[in-house]
Design a protein around this ligand. Structure first.
Ligand code: KG4
Ligand code: ZN
Length: 346
């Protein structure tokens, strides 16, 4: 089965073709970072308009790169939610229009399901069940994943998501949007043990997290240090390094506790913060120490992309009914409300 995947939930236009027999055949991404940078964050209307401009040319490019005529597709998958309503509608309209014109089935995919299943794009791919640490701009969650559509939320953040904390702390340190990768880069030249920040809820005894206090602690620290004059680049790097270490310490503690609590021996990491090198390196060591395994998507498939939507679509399409051209988007959508797919996901 060969499926076209379309992702337009936020500020990236992602398109891919996934083939269940041959794997990922081609993928392309257009990032809107330059478009939104001057506003310090995503402007929804600009995002929608840019998706309108980029999507069809990207589909043509991916079809050509994968050697697929659109008529040879077996189905089309698009991100139905959650996300920005206008941005979602662009992908939804194009996917459904294509489906109608080609007479192919169309399936709406939950964006977080795309992230959760993205480690299945890698080799080796994890078997079910696994625990998923989902760390994106909007989510810091732990799921027990028993199969496609069989997701149990076992841990969550009480306030800010890890990515959101990275982004807000980056702003405090004067770094440009998008803050997470910029902060991680700055942290590379930071020294250990020069400043110290809390590890919120690390000993809470459950799988809950909280990151907004950490951001406030950074603000307090910066203010205190600035009383003696502006922070030089070394001092900013020291704060960035300690912040990153604090977030990674908490994420590792919670992920390991989730493995212990569920008795599951596979951990997968998904979402944009999964691109963080310190998280990847240290989690790998900690999980192996326990005789468990950790799986990461390739860096390109940690952040938003079309490949994860094409893959999730391929796993779901077998059960999709032929569409009547009517469709919806779901800017808010509970992951646990998805129907399970009973067949083995081969
Ligand atoms: O999954 P994603 O691309 O979009 C959402 O669905 O939210 O995640 C974006 C988030 C942003 O908060 C970004 O700052 C963060 O992932 N991020 C990182 C890194 N790369 C992206 N955070 C820490 N270190 C990174 N290398
Ligand atoms: Zn995402």
């Amino acid at each position: 089965m060969r499926v076209l995947g379309i992702e337009t939930s936020c500020d990236e236009t992602g398109v891919a073709v996934f083939d269940t027999a041959r794997g990922l055949l081609a993928h392309r991404l257009h990032s809107q970072v330059d478009l939104h940078a001057r506003y310090g964050g995503v402007v929804p209307e600009l995002a929608s308009r840019d998706h309108v401009r980029r999507l069809v040319p990207l589909i043509e490019e991916v079809a050509a790169a994968s050697g697929t005529a659109l008529a040879d597709l077996d189905g089309i998958a698009y991100t139905e939610g959650p996300g920005l309503a206008g941005a979602l509608l662009v992908g939804a309209s194009v996917a459904n229009a294509l489906g109608m014109a080609l007479g192919k089935p169309v399936v709406g995919i939950h964006h977080l399901e795309g992230h959760l299943l993205s480690p299945l794009l890698a080799d080796p791919r994890p078997d079910f069940p696994f625990v998923a640490l989902l760390v994106s701009g909007g989510h810091s969650q732990l799921y027990e994943v028993a199969g496609v559509g069989r997701y149990r939320l076992i841990g969550d953040t009480l306030d800010d998501a890890a990515g959101e904390a990275f982004d807000k702390t980056a702003t405090l340190l004067g770094l440009p949007y998008p803050g997470g990768p910029a902060l991680a880069k700055l942290a590379e030249s930071g020294r250990a043990g020069v400043v110290s920040l809390p590890r919120p809820m690390i000993d809470s005894g459950d799988l809950m997290m909280s990151f907004s206090g950490l951001k406030t602690a950074v603000l307090t620290l910066i203010r205190k240090r600035e009383a003696a004059g502006p922070l030089d680049s070394q001092a900013r790097a020291d704060v960035a390094a300690e912040f990153q270490r604090a977030v990674v310490d908490v994420l590792i503690a919670k992920a390991v506790a989730a493995l212990d609590q569920t008795g599951v021996s596979r951990l997968v990491v998904a979402g944009g913060v999964g691109a963080n090198r310190e998280l990847r390196a240290r989690l790998d060591v900690e999980v192996r120490k326990r005789g468990a395994s950790v799986y990461f998507p390739e860096l390109a498939f940690c952040t938003d992309n079309g490949a994860m939507i094409a893959l999730a679509g391929a796993l779901r399409l077998a059960r999709a009914k032929a569409g009547d051209g009517a469709f919806t988007v779901r800017p808010r959508w509970e992951l646990e409300s998805l129907p399970a797919v009973e067949e083995s996901s081969g």
